[in-house]
Structure formats: structure tokens, C-alpha cells
Design a protein around this ligand. Structure first.
Ligand SMILES: *Cc1c(COP(=O)(O)O)cnc(C)c1O
Length: 507
């Protein structure tokens, strides 16, 4: 399978797309075509475990990887030592037509682990395949969860390093501590004075800067990305949509071929794009419901066909979705524009220079035949957590609750009773203060630190505090670097130069 750039150029292999992250014209790598999973194959998935399902999907894209390479990477990534549920991505039944796909059973308690536990294996294999002898230096902008998941994934992986930028005031206490306490000799964490879009735009500019790339190269390093712009992040995410469907078949909740809806709490559009890719590969998906928080630029886009970032940015109780520029939407636009790269380049230029672009009436119609969209503000999110806990005895985090609220409204508006899977992206303990306040009232968390909130939440909900949260209390803060928006390049080089220990060569 070859990969093209969404902006027209490039034809690379899967391993090259994974290794270099972003195409040189600034576009994102997209597969030349969507491999088809037949009904027969789909039925077979129902009998398989998670790694076997993943292998069946991954091998259709990663053609320059051998099947034993793929299988070994999967066994390592989703090992019982890493994921605390044998199903890896278990499906829980809420009621007859609502199920929850739990993607937070990995080491950092958010769905980012599903991809970032695997990506380092794919990255080092890709480096070998392409004779890359430089250190693969991963640069990440995070809205909270990607950072820690990338650090955990790449920590002490030979031949790699991982540098994370997070917005100083844009992440939860647990998220910040998770990152700043990370061990490993090849990890760097830098707080940027700005919001997530500043961090993400800054990282994109670093990738595009000739001077910065030369500075990095002179240190025998080459940049790569662990953000969801990297195809290596997307492909493991396609798997769990198939897996959820397979579980629904296996439990008899659906017959093979029945359509299922998914509602996905969305920020950078990576997770829901993977669902769209699964649909394009033949997975019977009815509607894909895009759920946003108060930063509802995507809700407006699906309503009007105009993407307009000229609006206020809000900090919400679902910080991992506090995003105005959803990078992965570019991959959907590529499909909506009949894979015409020039048009995408034009739209992206308009977005950069004028802050908006419009796709036109016909393309909007096509989008609305597949997607629905809605949003929840913090109050609605909080109410949803309480309602679901009271009615279904199920505890949701703030991001998952956004999706659950949007589903509730979607059903009221459309009457669509299709079996729907709510994609759950984080453990409630990652956002314990907000979840506790939702259950016990606004003041329940005031004056309590993240750990006290977790203990209270355990008492109220009966759901045990995960080990990963408990141990944070004991870990020393190792990363204290800070920088301004325009100081990111220097901050990375300083971090590189501060490492005295030379990483082991990969080859
Ligand atoms: C990253 C994240 C999201 C948003 O996912 P995208 O792929 O960026 O749309 C939602 N919820 C949580 C908990 C996340 O960490």
C-alpha cells in the first residue's frame, strides 16, 4: 500500500509514512485506498482476541512489515502488564441499545494508549526498514493525554527520544503530574505559555522549519511525530471499531451486517476519523456522531459546511477536547474533495490566512449522510455524569459524558434507535475533581487535591482508584522546563543538549 499527501504530492511506503509523520508539503499521509474487510472476515473477527483482530486489520495497511513483525509488536503493546483488562478494549452494556467501548485500560488511563503503546514498535521497525541511523526524535503537542501516553510509549526505547509540549494552564492536575514525573533518559517535558492550538501550531512550524531541521540533523537526530497526524497513530485506532462490532456480534446483540452507530468525543478528529476509515473498509456503521464540548467548531462545521476558527477559545471540564484546529479533519476533507489535493491545499491556506474555509452545499450533504454532530457545555456534561450514574450505575469521565449527552440529544431529535456505541476515552479518575463535583455537587471537590478527590470518588462510586493515580503521589517531579510560544525551537535544542548520556544506537 502506498501513501499520498492530502495536499497532492508524495508517494511513500507505510513505514516511511510512520517514520516521518508529516508529508514535506505540509499535508497528512493517507492510504492510496481502503482495503476491504469482507463479511466473512468480519464474522471471523468475532472469534478472535484483541491482538488477532488487530493483526487482521494492521496487515492490510502495513504491507512493508512482515506478519511476524506485526504480531510481535501487538503482543508487546497490548500485553497484560500494560492493559489491566484482558479484552484490552472491553465493551460494556449500558442498556439494550447503548454500549460503552472502554479505551482507558492502558498505562496512562486514556485512549491514547491504544495507539501510543504500539507506535514506538512501529517507529523502530520503520527506522530499520529505511536504514535510518539518526535518533528518531519524537515531538509532541498535547492537550493533556497524548503527552503522557507518548512519554510512556517511547520512554527508554533505544534509538528514540520524546519531547512533549503542554499548555501551562490547559491540563488537569493529574495530567500535569503524570507528565512531569515521567522517568526515562530520553524524555523531555516543556510547559508552553499558551493554549493547545499554540502548542500544536508551534510543533507543526518546527517540522516545517528548514533551520530547525538542520539544527536537529547536526545533532544526528531526525524529527518524527506521535500526534494523531501520524498514520501510525491512526491505524491502531481503526482496530477497536472492528473489535467493538465483533464483540456485539459475539454477544448476539447484533446480526452480522447490522448497522451500528458510534458517538465519539472529539478534539483533533483523530479518533472519529479512524471510525470513518473503518466504515470505508466495510464495517457496517450507520451514523458517526461527532461530539464536541463548548469549543464546538466541528458542530458548526457539520451544520454549515464552513470551518471558522475566528471564535473565543474556552477552557472546559473536558480539556483533551479544547481544540479549535482539528488537524485530522484534513484527511476527511481529502475524501470529501474526491482526493483532489490542490483543493485541500487551498482550504488549508484559507484557514491559515483568513481563519475559515467553506466546502460547499453538495459536499456538506455528503458529510451529513455519514456524520451527525452536537456538543455539550460543562453544565450538561456534569448533569450527564450524574444521570448515567444514577440510572445505569456507570461512572463516566467528562469526555465520555460529552459523547453520552450528545447521543441523548441526537436520539431525541432524530428518533434513531440504532444500537449505538459510546466511545469512552478516559478513566473518570483522570478528571476526579469534575466527576466528583458532578455526583456530589459543586463544592464537593473544593479544597481537595487530586488525590483526595480520587479517594472521595472511590467512596461515592465504589470504583477503585487505579494504581497509576495512587503512585503519582510518591513520584518526584523531574521535568520543570518552560518556554514562550516563540521559544519552542530553542527549548527543544536545550533539552537535547542537556542530555549527557548518549542514547544507544538503534542499528
Ligand atoms: C485526545 C482525547 C480526545 C479527543 O480525541 P481526538 O482523536 O483528538 O478527537 C477525547 N477524549 C480524551 C480523554 C482524549 O485524551
Amino acid at each position: 500500500m502506498s501513501f499520498f499527501s492530502t495536499r497532492g504530492g508524495a508517494c511513500v511506503t507505510a513505514s516511511q509514512a510512520i517514520l516521518y509523520g508529516l508529508a514535506s508539503d505540509g499535508g497528512l499521509y493517507v492510504p492510496a485506498m481502503f482495503p476491504q474487510i469482507s463479511r466473512q472476515k468480519l464474522s471471523e473477527l468475532a472469534q478472535m482476541n484483541y491482538c488477532q483482530r488487530a493483526s487482521a486489520i494492521l496487515r492490510t495497511y502495513l504491507e512493508d512489515f512482515t506478519i511476524p513483525e506485526i504480531d510481535a509488536a501487538l503482543e508487546a503493546a497490548y500485553a497484560p502488564a500494560k492493559f489491566d483488562d484482558p479484552a484490552v478494549a472491553p465493551l460494556r452494556k449500558l442498556n439494550d441499545n447503548t454500549h460503552v467501548l472502554e479505551l482507558f485500560h492502558g498505562p496512562t488511563l486514556a485512549f491514547k494508549d491504544m495507539a501510543l503503546q504500539l507506535l514506538p514498535h512501529l517507529t523502530t521497525l520503520s527506522a530499520r526498514k529505511n536504514g535510518e541511523e539518526r535518533e528518531v526524535s519524537i515531538l509532541v503537542a498535547t492537550s493533556g493525554d497524548t503527552g503522557k501516553a507518548a512519554l510512556e510509549g517511547f520512554k527508554d526505547v533505544p534509538g528514540t527520544s520524546c519531547t512533549v509540549f503542554f499548555p501551562t494552564d490547559g491540563v488537569s492536575d493529574v495530567q500535569k503530574l503524570q507528565m512531569t514525573t515521567t522517568g526515562g533518559d530520553n524524555t523531555h517535558v516543556i510547559a508552553i505559555n499558551g493554549n493547545f492550538d499554540d502548542a500544536q501550531t508551534g510543533v507543526k512550524n518546527l517540522f516545517a522549519s528548514e533551520q530547525f531541521n538542520a539544527d536537529v540533523n547536526s545533532r544526528a537526530k531526525v524529527l518524527s511525530s506521535a500526534n494523531s497526524i501520524n498514520f501510525g497513530r491512526l491505524v491502531p485506532q481503526i482496530v477497536y471499531y472492528f473489535s467493538a462490532y465483533a464483540d456485539l456480534m459475539a454477544s448476539g446483540a447484533i446480526h452480522p451486517g447490522d448497522a451500528v452507530n458510534f458517538v465519539v468525543p472529539t478534539g483533533n478528529f483523530g479518533n472519529i476519523l479512524a471510525a470513518y476509515y473503518a466504515r470505508s473498509m466495510g464495517l457496517p456503521i450507520g451514523k458517526l456522531i461527532c461530539a464536541s464540548n463548548r469549543n464546538n467548531v466541528l458542530t458548526d462545521f457539520f451544520a454549515t459546511g464552513t470551518y471558522d476558527v475566528r471564535r473565543q477559545f474556552f477552557k472546559t471540564s473536558s480539556p483533551s477536547m479544547d481544540i479549535l484546529i482539528s488537524s485530522n479533519l484534513e484527511r476527511l476533507l481529502f475524501e470529501v474533495a474526491d482526493r483532489e489535493g490542490e483543493l485541500i491545499a487551498q482550504w488549508m491556506k484559507l484557514l491559515k490566512e483568513c481563519g475559515s474555509y467553506a466546502v460547499g452545499e453538495q459536499r456538506l450533504e455528503w458529510l451529513n449522510s455519514i456524520f451527525a454532530a452536537g456538543y455539550a457545555d460543562d453544565m450538561q456534561t456534569s448533569e450527564e455524569i450524574r444521570t448515567v450514574f444514577e440510572q445505569e450505575s456507570y461512572l463516566m469521565d467528562t469526555h465520555t459524558a460529552v459523547a453520552s449527552h450528545v447521543l441523548r440529544e441526537y436520539r431525541e431529535k432524530t428518533g434513531d434507535q440504532t444500537i449505538t456505541v459510546i466511545v469512552s476515552t478516559a478513566s473518570p479518575y483522570k478528571f476526579a475533581a469534575d466527576v466528583l463535583s458532578a455526583l456530589k455537587g459543586k463544592d464537593a471537590a473544593s479544597g481537595l487535591d487530586a488525590f483526595q478527590c480520587s479517594e472521595e470518588l472511590e467512596k461515592v462510586s465504589g470504583m477503585p482508584v487505579p494504581q497509576q493515580v495512587k503512585e503519582l503521589r510518591e513520584l518526584p517531579v523531574r521535568h520543570k522546563a518552560k518556554c514562550e510560544k516563540d521559544g519552542m525551537a530553542q527549548a527543544v535544542l536545550d533539552a537535547f543538549d542537556s542530555v549527557t548520556k548518549v542514547a544507544e544506537p538503534l542499528l
